[in-house]
Design a protein around this ligand. Structure first.
Ligand code: HBI
Ligand code: FE
Length: 293
C-alpha cells in the first residue's frame, strides 16, 4: 500500500483545517440529494438502527429537510453533550483529526456526493459525517467514548501504533453493532449512512458477527472498498467506553507489535460467534461483481 500522500492544507482553510460550512452556497439539487438519501434511510432504519441513534435524529431534528446548517445543529448538540460540528474540506491529517475529537469537535466534510453516486463513495461526505456520525454524539456515553478516542489517538500517534487504533475506530465508530434485547442493532456510521450495508450488516449470512474484544479488534484487518466481512458486537455503549478508558494501551500496543494481524474473515479460538458467515458475498466479488449499489 502506497504511503498516503500527506494532504496539503487547502487555500483558505484555518491551520486546524476548518473552513466555513458555506451553508448559503448549497444548490437546490444538493439539498435534494440530502433529502433523497435521508428518506431512503428513514424508511429502513427503524428496527435496524439502535435507539440511541434514532433518538439522536429526533433530538437534532434531523428529519430530511435538506442539508442542515451546522450553526443550528451545534446549538442543540453542544447543549446536549458539549460536542460541535466543524466543517472541513475532506479527510484531514490524523493528528488534526484526533485533536478535534479530543476537544469535542467533530470534523465533517461540507460537500455532498453527486446524484449519480448515491450508493457508494470512498470519501466521507456531509451525509456520511453528519447523518452517520452526529446523532450518536447526542448520547452522553458515546460522546465520552469519541473524546476518549481522540485523546487515545494523539497517544497512539506518539507511540507509532496508529494502525491498531484505526481498527478500533473502524470496527466500532464506523461499523459497530450493538446487542439489545430486541436483537442486534446498528450504531456504526459507515453502516447507518448506507442503504445497502444497513440491510446487509444485519440480514446477510455472508459476514461473520463476533463478540467485541479490544485486542481482537485492534489486530483485525479491515477493508475500505466494500461491505465488511466481519462485524463486532458490543453488549452496551457503556461497555465500550469502560473497556477502552479502563485499558492502558501502551502495554497492549507493545504486545500486539509482536503478534500477526488477523485476516478479515478469520474466526479465532476464543471468539464469541454470533454468526459464522459463509463469506459468499465477498467470494462472489462483492459490490463490483454483483453491481450492488
Ligand atoms: N479526517 N475529516 C476526516 N474524517 C475522518 O473520519 C478521518 C480523518 N482523518 C483521519 C481518519 N479519519 C482516520 O485515519 C483516523 O481514524 C485515524
Ligand atoms: Fe466516518
Amino acid at each position: 500500500m502506497g504511503v498516503l500522500a500527506k494532504p496539503e492544507l487547502p487555500p483558505g482553510a484555518n491551520p486546524d483545517w476548518t473552513i466555513p460550512q458555506g451553508f448559503e452556497h448549497y444548490s437546490e439539487a444538493e439539498h435534494q440529494t440530502w433529502t433523497t438519501l435521508y428518506e431512503r434511510q428513514a424508511e429502513i432504519l427503524p428496527e435496524r438502527a439502535c435507539d440511541e441513534f434514532l433518538h439522536g435524529l429526533d433530538a437534532l431534528d434531523l428529519h430530511g429537510q435538506g442539508i442542515p446548517d451546522f450553526r443550528q445543529l451545534n446549538e442543540t448538540l453542544s447543549g446536549l453533550t458539549g460536542w460541535r460540528i466543524v466543517a472541513v474540506p475532506g479527510l484531514v491529517p490524523d493528528a488534526v483529526f484526533f485533536d478535534h475529537l479530543a476537544n469535542r469537535r467533530f470534523p465533517a466534510g461540507n460537500f455532498i456526493r453527486g446524484a449519480g453516486e448515491l450508493d457508494y463513495l470512498e470519501l466521507p461526505d456531509i451525509f456520511h459525517d453528519v447523518f452517520g456520525h452526529v446523532p450518536m454524539l447526542t448520547d452522553p456515553v458515546f460522546a465520552d467514548y469519541m473524546q476518549a478516542y481522540g485523546k487515545g489517538g494523539r497517544r497512539a500517534l506518539s507511540l507509532g501504533s496508529l494502525a491498531n487504533l484505526a481498527r478500533l475506530y473502524w470496527y466500532t465508530v464506523e461499523f459497530g453493532l450493538l446487542r439489545t434485547p430486541q436483537g442486534l442493532r446498528i450504531y456504526g456510521a459507515g453502516i447507518v449512512s448506507s442503504k445497502t450495508e444497513t440491510i446487509f450488516a444485519l440480514a446477510s449470512d455472508s459476514p461473520n458477527r463476533l463478540g467485541f474484544d479490544l485486542e481482537r479488534v485492534m489486530r483485525t484487518l479491515y477493508r475500505i472498498d466494500d461491505f465488511q466481512q466481519v462485524y463486532f458486537v458490543i453488549p452496551s455503549l457503556t461497555y465500550l467506553l469502560d473497556v477502552t478508558t479502563g485499558t492502558d494501551f501502551g502495554p497492549l500496543y507493545a504486545k500486539m507489535s509482536n503478534m500477526p494481524d488477523i485476516p478479515i474473515a478469520a474466526i479465532e479460538p476464543g471468539d464469541k460467534v454470533f454468526t459464522r458467515g459463509t463469506q459468499e458475498y465477498a467470494r462472489s466479488g462483492g459490490r463490483l461483481r454483483q453491481g450492488a449499489a
